[in-house]
Design a protein around this ligand. Sequence first.
Ligand SMILES: Cc1cc2nc3c(=O)[nH]c(=O)nc-3n(C[C@H](O)[C@H](O)[C@H](O)COP(=O)(O)O)c2cc1C
Length: 355
Amino acid sequence: MLFEPFSLSPHITFSNRMVMAPMTRRRAENDDLAANDLMALYYRQRASCGLIIAEGSQISPQAYGYTNSPGCFTRKQVAGWKKVTGAVHQEGGKIFLQLWHVGPYSHALLQPGQQSPLSASPVKPDGEVLTSRGRLPYDWARAMTKEDIWQTIADFGKAAANASQAGFDGVEIHGAHAYVIDQFIMDGTNKRNDEFGGSVENRSKFLFLIVEEVLKYLPPEKVGLRLSPASVKPRMEDSQPLKTYGYIVEKLNDYQLAYLHISEMMTPEERMSSPLRGVVPFYRNLYKGNLISCGGHTAESATRMLKEDQADLIAFGKPFISNPDLVDKLKNSIPLTPWEKDTFYHGGEKGYVDY
Ligand SMILES: Cc1cc2nc3c(=O)[nH]c(=O)nc-3n(C[C@H](O)[C@H](O)[C@H](O)COP(=O)(O)O)c2cc1C
């Protein structure tokens, strides 16, 4: 089943059910965060999967937190992405762009006017971030004002329009992994007492306003959403994830999006021992549209999920880094090349286009 074509909608068909998961590789141009020829080659090499979801791309200067990760808010960036979409389409592939705002995972040195990074409420993530002065602890993020909120919603819409202009077949809204949208969703991070905080209806308002804004520019069959109901970052949690994300997933049925992409951020073994194990079947029951499962998949686990009708498409992340020909390898049971972590986020061509 994994290698059979899949019709996402009457107008969009993928050549197989394998999706390349969005992966930040930090190879964009230093000065303008535009995609370049090297990135076009990288994505071209991987175009035999049904759908590529290109790496998280900033929707605005405030959305930025990871140096050399690309943007989609300037003309130069749109021109850069055109090289990528052209290369993938030449190979007969399909490509969506993941739209990203890092929220608190940034530093004032990376923000316009050296302002504090933005989030639902004041928060300081654990860990460090690379800045112009080397690696520094994450800054305290400040709570977004109403103006910040409406600006960010508008920025998501504009970035979607830019992505479409750059030739992408669609966009994926990044609602996962404790970045800005997830900061609003989770009660561990959203301490607001206005209409964007409190109940799950209020905490998910920001997400649904973003979805509605993006739908002003693109038809629903070109808009996907990624959520991570089972992902846990230190101190970035929801107290009742099944209830919270269950509410969101049921409400998503009203929008008839291209797909819901569930990132499990766990290996199959971790999943078995986690209290949140089996989250995909839980959301499968609630969600009526296309569902992508991602996280630690092998050919066996992917095939099992499709056969048991737990998902429509299976996304692979790290295996695609070191196996551009992953579709062919899985199809013909060819052993996989292991990935090298050292070059995930830097290294130019090395560990990027030389596998
Ligand atoms: C190098 C790297 C970069 C990643 N960047 C992103 C990203 O930009 N957006 C996102 O939603 N997930 C990102 N992820 C998570 C992957 O999309 C995927 O969910 C994760 O790797 C688990 O799938 P896998 O076990 O098949 O690798 C990244 C993962 C890796 C390894």
